[in-house]
Ligand binder design. Structure first.
Ligand code: SAM
Length: 301
């Protein structure tokens, strides 16, 4: 989070800085927890696509400070490096690579996770269809890894975008979890298609032994679970299109709280001090350009 007038206008952005969260996304996980109580009694937790780390901060505070569970283990994974967080093992890795799963399992001593969350977002290209496709693949990759590591009865939470084919994802998820809910926290902008699937009660498909392998498509991966032909609804053994699963939609967080889309003029705005970012970016994409500028190598042509 930068230091700009934005922290006077976007209330969640400002609050995140005031409360020491590295990103405003912290409030999304907190509001999901308020609604569904998903963080109680967890022992092994995986935070996928975790940088800069506000969800890991929430997990760390909840498990170690509030619930006093010193034995809990939290693993955070991201392509980007992360500044350390108390009790969190950070791995710089790609969640789509099978090695990442093994690294996490090593940290858990081979034991399964109780909870996996993913707030993943790929870099946008601006090509809408491509962006939507990559985002959908990232969610499926998170789900693949989850099916390999989550214990039966465990919980999976992931960011989704409610695009054209989202009911297909709900159908697939409802094959794997007892309850699938689509939740929109108050802190997630109403104008954005962003929402979160809260999948409770992992129920592995009987006889299916999910295995992550390089060069295996997500479709092939889920074939063994009988939900593989993901792009073609006719292959789902749903008897009637009318029976396609539609996830329950829940708005969560205090609905009387501030609106994340609105621009507020805060009292004494002019006197509010600008706050420093909670955590400076560790490897921002503009880092190289800044270094070149400092050396005088950046020449305008
Ligand atoms: N939940 C985080 C927090 O609270 O600070 C914010 C996550 S941010 C919106 C999305 C993250 O997804 C980025 O840091 C990006 O590097 C990560 N990401 C995207 N693709 C990834 C991949 N294949 N493997 C690991 N991380 C990935």
């Amino acid at each position: 989070m930068g230091k700009s007038s934005k922290d006077k206008r976007d209330i969640y952005y400002r609050r995140a800085k005031e409360q020491g969260w590295r990103a405003r996304s912290a409030f999304k996980l907190l509001q999901l927890h308020d609604e569904f109580q998903i963080l109680h009694g967890l022992k092994r937790v995986v935070d996928l696509c975790a940088a800069p780390g506000s969800w890991s901060q929430v997990l760390s505070r909840e498990l170690y400070q509030k619930q006093n569970q010193p034995d809990a283990k939290i693993v955070a994974v991201d392509l980007q490096p992360m500044t350390p967080i108390d009790g969190v093992t950070c791995i710089q890795a790609d969640i789509t690579h099978p090695k990442t799963l093994h690294k996490i399992l090593d940290i858990f001593g081979g034991e399964p996770a109780d909870f996996v969350c993913s707030d993943g977002a790929p870099d946008v290209t601006g090509l809408h269809d491509l962006d939507e496709y990559i985002q959908a693949q990232l969610i499926l990759s998170a789900l693949q890894l989850t099916t390999c590591i989550l214990k039966p009865g465990g919980t999976f939470v992931a960011k989704i975008f409610r695009g054209r084919d989202i009911d297909l994802l709900y159908s697939q998820l409802s094959y794997l979890f007892e309850k699938v809910i689509c939740a929109k926290p108050r802190s997630s902008r109403g104008t954005s298609l962003e929402a979160f699937i809260v999948c409770i009660g992992y129920t592995p498909r009987p006889g299916w032994n999910p295995k992550l392998e390089l060069n295996k498509s997500t479709e092939e991966f889920f074939e063994g679970a009988n939900i593989g032909k993901a792009t073609n609804l006719q292959f789902l053994d749903l008897p009637d299109p009318e029976e396609r699963k539609i996830a329950k939609f829940v708005a969560c967080g205090d609905l009387n709280d501030v609106d994340s889309d609105a621009t507020y003029s805060l009292d004494n705005e002019s006197r509010l001090p600008a706050l420093d970012p909670v955590q400076m970016p560790t490897a921002p994409p503009y880092k190289k350009a800044l270094e070149m500028k400092r050396r005088g190598d950046l020449v305008r042509r």
